[in-house]
Design a protein around this ligand. Structure first.
Ligand SMILES: Nc1nc2c(ncn2[C@@H]2O[C@H](COP(=O)(O)OP(=O)(O)OP(=O)(O)O)[C@@H](O)[C@H]2O)c(=O)[nH]1
Ligand SMILES: [Mg+2]
Length: 467
């Protein structure tokens, strides 16, 4: 929940709730100095690491550790902060926390320290989001991109574009002001040129943000095909654990089973589905309905075929492959997202693993031949999964980005295109000025200049307590 009251003093165990060598209780707010004096028994020097006792109400030390007091506004939140670094046991940390609460502080909501940092202008919204991304990062690339955004590199890109828009708006507004005197500060052609250049900049940022989203959210791949072709075996092999039941009985999998793997730093969300075949069994039928719905909603479709039933060295194999694809009832455009996996090549005498492709209609569909059983060809599949994710590292590194950034950029672009059209139609400058104002506003949503309480609530509630 977005916290309406920012005047009180908040506290939390900042180091999580598991056992550790060191545990930190963090306090932020106007009462932090008073709490410091009560718990430490002296007035701490700002930014000085005091080795001391942390006293309970009865004067008995609860713990001994390092206390650091940061005087606002030179602190993470911009408020007075006290950090008590004690021993990392749950009981001892809870006692220190309870003592702080008894001295007129309240338990912080998730993300409330970061929220205060944002509200006090210490960081912008993209940096606040990057803090959550850094904490949640599960690959080296995610750590790098979150750290880059936290350093403000993404905000700087947005700021550049905002400055450009501001310059255009100043010229448009000035031309409106001097319209009685028939003075034109900016000509139509110069205005159009400036808007086109802003759209080009937007498009570049758009690509960068898209890469950031792939890195953070990854892509979805559904494993589909006839019963018994090895779908669940493939899920288990990729995930590195036996999550799905594997038997030689066709129709084993009924429900959709999900697993997440990391390939080259990209999260790939896999779904194992029920084998598709005509069935009168109500449970299996429901499983097949779910499999088809998964196919519709996934980014990529991995159609597994038993290579014994579809030997590439036999006549008419392409036609038979086409029939298997037709059974999925895919919309023609979805062929773009299809990969064929020929499994069980270990059962074919002279087999070759790896990549090939086949032309179906006008689409060249990739084929990976492999054996889940022997792992032959599995590496080729992993490389393929990374390639189809669409991730291409940017030259200077990536940003950690979110869908809301993409939506705001789209809104900004739409408004600038509107303005561009009006320039072509020689519309009133007031209308162009309004389009540009709205474009500016949409861009400001990214850094949090213009954000609703609902949005802020959504962002900060995804944090952990103590951050
Ligand atoms: N020889 C060989 N057998 C395999 C291979 N992959 C899977 N199998 C076997 O094929 C059988 C079916 O495997 P599953 O993974 O359960 O197949 P499925 O496609 O999930 O089947 P359903 O859930 O019934 O649709 C099991 O006996 C597996 O051990 C492989 O690469 N080679
Ligand atoms: Mg299965």
């Amino acid at each position: 929940m977005f916290s309406a009251d920012h005047n009180d003093t908040i506290c939390a165990i900042a180091t999580g709730t598991s056992r550790g060598g060191i545990g930190v209780v963090r306090v932020s707010g106007s009462n932090a100095l008073n709490i410091s004096k009560q718990i430490l028994g002296f007035n701490p020097d700002p930014r000085y690491a005091h080795s001391c006792d942390f006293f309970g109400a009865n004067g008995v030390p609860i713990d001994n550790g390092i206390a650091i007091f940061f005087e606002g506004p030179n602190s993470f939140t911009g408020e007075d902060i006290l950090e008590l670094q004690g021993h990392g046991g749950i009981q001892v940390l809870t006692e220190v926390l309870e003592r702080v609460i008894s001295l007129n502080a309240r338990l912080a909501n998730p993300g409330e320290f970061t929220e205060r940092s944002f509200l006090n202008g210490k960081i912008d919204l993209t940096q606040a989001e990057a803090i959550a991304d850094l904490i949640d990062a599960s690959s080296q690339q995610q750590v790098r991109s979150a750290a880059r955004t936290l350093r403000g590199e993404f905000s700087a890109r947005i700021k550049e574009l905002q400055d450009k828009l501001t310059a255009i708006r100043i010229n448009v507004e000035a031309t409106i002001d001097f319209s009685d005197e028939d003075i034109s500060i900016i000509s139509d052609s110069n205005l159009k040129e400036a808007l086109t250049s802003a759209i080009e900049d937007l498009d570049r940022i758009f690509i960068e943000v898209k890469q950031g989203i792939i890195l953070k959210e990854g892509t979805q791949s559904a494993i589909v095909g006839k019963p018994n072709v090895g779908k669940s075996s493939l899920l288990n092999a990729l995930a590195g654990e036996d999550s799905a039941i594997v038997t030689d009985i066709p129709g084993t999998t009924r429900d959709v089973l999900k697993a997440q793997i990391m390939v080259g730093g990209i999260p790939i969300h896999l779904s194992d589905t029920a084998g598709i075949r005509p069935s009168s069994d109500p449970v299996e039928k429901e499983g097949i309905i779910r499999a088809k719905s998964t196919i519709e909603n996934t980014d990529h479709i991995l159609l597994i075929i038993d290579s014994v039933s579809l030997r590439k060295d036999t006549d008419g194999w392409v036609q038979r492959l086409k029939e298997s694809i037709d059974e999925l009832s895919l919309a023609p455009a979805r062929l773009e997202n299809l990969t064929i996996i020929l499994n069980k090549i270990d059962l074919i005498e002279e087999h070759e693993s790896g990549n090939s492709s086949v032309l179906i209609g006008e689409k060249n569909i990739p084929i990976i031949s492999l054996s889940v059983k022997t792992a032959d060809g599995m590496q080729a599949l992993k490389v393929h999964l990374k390639n189809i994710s669409g991730y291409q590292p940017l030259e200077g590194g990536d940003y950690s980005a979110r869908k809301r950034h993409l939506i705001a950029l789209e809104k900004t672009k739409d408004r600038i295109i509107d303005a561009e059209l009006r320039v072509c139609e020689h519309s009133h400058l007031e209308l162009i000025a309004e389009d540009l104002r709205l474009a500016h506003r949409a861009l400001g949503e990214i850094t949090g200049e213009f954000s609703s309480d609902d949005l802020l609530g959504e962002i900060f509630s995804s944090f952990c307590v103590g951050k």
